[in-house]
Design a binder for this molecule. Structure first.
Ligand code: 164
Ligand code: MG
Length: 325
């Protein structure tokens, strides 16, 4: 006997600089629940404005369509659906079939939203491998370079991930690089998409001997995982990429080529985020995932993130509405 439920959620958030061109005040998405016999599976479908191609309206329409085919035992291949829908449904199916382990990797790389002092305090308390992520390309390249170099000098066991979201020209990226002491460059694990095009990013990496990672490029329709000089990692944001199966394939291809694969958030609620932490633990166990986004929200949804003090909202809360299928 199959049952399916679909909910809409809307949570207050303060995304600050993380989304660059748009400051979200609320994060909206869908929650799906599948039940079969005595098993249950949950999933989150939450297209991210500015990053996802699809709107929430399209995602809702597609989710309803798939759920109705599933209820009729005639389900369609989820890979034919938009990425957020394919991902959320595949998580619900994976839970239903007990294919997603419970153990999670909660060691997210702390994100710096602009105030270096805050990150400094957090890093000094961090146990084990020290890895943090800083957004660059929002202020002057010169300033970014000085701040990054200061962190690397002040904390000798620190590794940094940087993210420019294709914000720099080659000149600006070079100005940034000129501020980093040569002996500290190797502690930049990577810069995600430093320049406006992948071609310029490659040129930058080669000229300055700084590692890069693909994030936006992974979502290009003709993207193929390929080892290249100075490329160390690919960033996988499942909500933007698609089904769990597709993400697993990308991770395997990256590992086969000696590249790292980093599971990263698209600002999902704690429901989706804890699933991402479980996916990271299961498929990229040696890699700290990029999941430090829960604190942008004012509440958690249905599932508790390790050690978070945010209130936990349930299905009866003001943030959730049930939809008809
Ligand atoms: O990857 C992480 O460590 C956290 C998530 C993160 O940085 C992002 C999430 C969503 C949109 C972005 O601006 C940003 C990114 O580009 O990677
Ligand atoms: Mg990025």
């Amino acid at each position: 006997m199959r049952q399916a439920k679909l909910y809409h959620y809307c949570l207050p958030v303060e995304t600050g600089v993380i989304l660059r061109h748009r400051r979200l005040k609320q994060r909206e998405g869908l929650i799906v629940q599948l039940q079969e016999d005595d098993q249950t599976g949950w999933g989150e479908i939450a297209p991210l404005p500015e990053f996802s191609q699809e709107t929430l309206e399209i995602a809702t329409q597609q989710a309803k369509e798939w759920l109705n085919t599933w209820l009729a035992h005639n389900e369609q291949d989820i890979n034919h659906y938009v990425p957020s829908v394919a991902f959320g449904l595949s998580c619900a199916l994976a839970e239903l079939h007990n294919e997603l382990e419970q153990e999670a990797n909660y060691r997210a790389a702390p994100l710096c939203y602009g105030d270096p002092d805050e990150l400094y305090a957090e890093l000094n308390q961090m146990e084990g491998e020290k890895v943090a992520k800083i957004k660059v390309g929002l202020y002057e390249a010169n300033r970014d370079g000085l701040i990054v170099d200061m962190f690397l000098e002040a904390i000798p066991d620190l590794y940094l991930r940087l993210d420019a979201n294709r914000g720099w020209s080659l000149e600006k990226a070079s100005l940034f690089a000129s501020k980093i002491a040569p002996e500290r460059k190797s502690r930049i694990q990577f810069i995600e998409e430093p320049c406006k095009t992948p071609k310029l990013s490659r040129e930058f990496a080669q000229q300055h001997n700084i590692a890069i990672a693909w994030d936006e490029t992974v979502r290009d329709p003709d993207f193929l995982v390929k080892k290249e000089p100075n490329l160390t990692a690919i960033i996988i944001k499942p909500t933007l990429v698609g089904s769990l199966g597709k993400c697993k394939q990308l991770i395997e291809q990256a590992h086969q080529q000696g590249l790292k694969a980093v599971i990263s958030s698209s600002i999902e609620s704690s429901l989706g985020l804890t699933q991402l932490a479980r996916i990271a633990q299961q498929y990229t166990p040696d890699m700290i995932p990029g999941l430090d986004t829960l604190d942008l929200m004012q509440a958690q949804l249905l599932r508790q993130w390790d050690n978070s003090d945010l209130p936990l909202a349930d299905l009866d809360s003001e943030f959730i509405t049930k939809l008809t299928l």
